[in-house]
Design a protein around this ligand. Sequence first.
Ligand code: GCW
Length: 688
Amino acid sequence: AENGYNLWLRYLPIENVQLRQAYQRQLSSIAIYKHSPTIDAALKELINGINQMIGKVPNISSIPGGAAINFKTNRLVLAKLDQPAIAAQFSTVERRQIGQEGYLIKTIRQNRVQQILIAANTDIGLLYGSFHLLKLMQTHQSLQALNIQQWPRLKLRILDHWDNLNGTVERGYAGYSLWNWQTLPGIIQKRYIDYARANASIGINGAVLNNVNASVKSLTREYLIKTAALAKAFKPYGIKVYLTAKFSAPKELGHLKTADPLDPAVIKWWQDKVKEIYHYIPNFGGFLVKASSEGQPGPGDYGRTHADGANMMAAALKPYGGIVMWRTFVYENKKGADRAKQGYEEFKPLDGKFADNVLLQAKYGPIDFQPREAFNPLFGAMPHTHMMMEFQITQEYFGFATHLVYLGSLFQEYLRKDTYQKGPGTTIAKVLEERVNPETADSNRLTGIAGVANIGTDVNWCGHPFGQANWYAFGRFAWNPMSSADSIAEDWLKMTFTNDPGFVNPIKKLMLGSREVAVNYMTPLGLSHIMNFATHYGPGPWSKFPGWDARDYHHADSVGIGLDRTATGSDAVSQYAPALAAKYSNLKTTPLNLILWFHHIGWDQKIATGETMWNSLVHYYYKGVKQVAAMQQIWQSMKGKIDEDRFNYVTQLLKQQHLEAKWWRNGCVLYFQQYSKRPLPKDCKEPG
Ligand code: GCW
């Protein structure tokens, strides 16, 4: 039975006879120069994948160092570019531009003999290249005339696990934590290796193992030894391990009186702790820190700045090559304060004050992983600071693991947003890649992206079979932020389900529309943060708790709805480049999908839809529900094209999603109607 455990690493037999025979001719043998744990991982994957796809185990041979290319037989060659014979097949530019993690794949021939070269400067490049070759086969492409140059545009491509040491996962909807702390370090489960394979197949090279709402226990010797075992298991796959660091650790673990980042005893404590960490975990990546945010301790407790805190930790890590990822997610629920402005207000003045091994990790929007927000104005406002993006792969605000929401569209939307930092065309992708100042040497660029993982112990890892696509898409966008959501969805569908275009084409379309569908039935037209306050599941525009009121996020009243973030309101627009501030200040030039983010709009006012605000709002909610019904129909017509297990499971999930889309629609429409006091448009009378 197909249970989804193999993710996109399914190596189904190639049924097309011609293609299968071509692959058999090309891949009957594999040659390497030298073994290493990473090369062995690549070989294992290739042998297994090729055997499953073409029914033949390739034989493995080794080539003596320094030898010329031997054209006796067809074969696949995995080789580092320090072999002169291999290097000679490529230009200097090609060899240089792939850097430390990229690879080159090329079909070369002499007379009738054909060889496929996978070449790289490093072992990890060869592993990444091997996964690329397998992907070509999984998606049924010809290997006849390959000429591929691939390299990652961002250095740190990281999954953040919000995993607690007791096995629960904050905002995790796919079971429990993968890390079995009780049986570590002795037991290395196969699942850890499969996790590493999946990540390596998409170029993810880092994992923060524990929750940003951190427990200091993860920094104790006992847990460092366990973490070291995981780090060692992941190493052949190019994955570094990171830990979150609770700012109060010197007090809690070190029994110091303070955690003040400028206190010499505190500085010493972190230096010693870091030394201990590297003793156990020589390839440790560094710390991720949530400080002075949502009750977490931080430098603010001692009247110090974020820069004081981050730099102190960064100095301790520096001698070992470690880094600090310092989050910008900070806010206070002060009455009348616009939460969207707070991160920028706190961090913008610190631009240029962070050490060179610190990155600021900012969420894509200024509030919190909402279905749609304006982009976070910190991107484009911190030219002298390494900025990394934080996406959320787990669907905290997108119907958990029940709703089908392909996030590739969301990743693409934000990465392509124009910040205007250096005039038009300064996309967030460019800001992240630090291509804004082209004079910066490549090697000085500390760049990165993080995604909050949606992975757990569920048999299919992610809960929803389509949740796997979001993990996959995150990796692909991390590798290249200018990737296309469309082609990523296509690759993923082919690898995960089938190459049948009768399935791939309609379901790709369904995936690409799915995020907007969820926006329509949850938070259309720029609404945000109106979900149930406690669970973040289902509607809750009425939620009200001491110190927190959903009305601060939607501002519905007898006049209209939406937040005025222009100069007459909170003036959040002023945090953007002047060209954008002007655009967002004017309702007519504000993108329709963000009008309620930036403006308070009268119920009877006509908006760009051609209808009044009220009627438009209601129509979006109704449209969202109809769209889910259409998704169900499309899915039903796929019966027989894929395995029954996953077909039936997704059928059930879509049915539930349809019910819940109605719940959102009815809850929100009826709630807002109390303010609008207007009837529903005539075509929106469907009950229940
Ligand atoms: O999205 C919110 C979540 C919290 C989370 C916080 C954060 C880990 O509701 O559960 O805490 O953001 O990103 O720090």
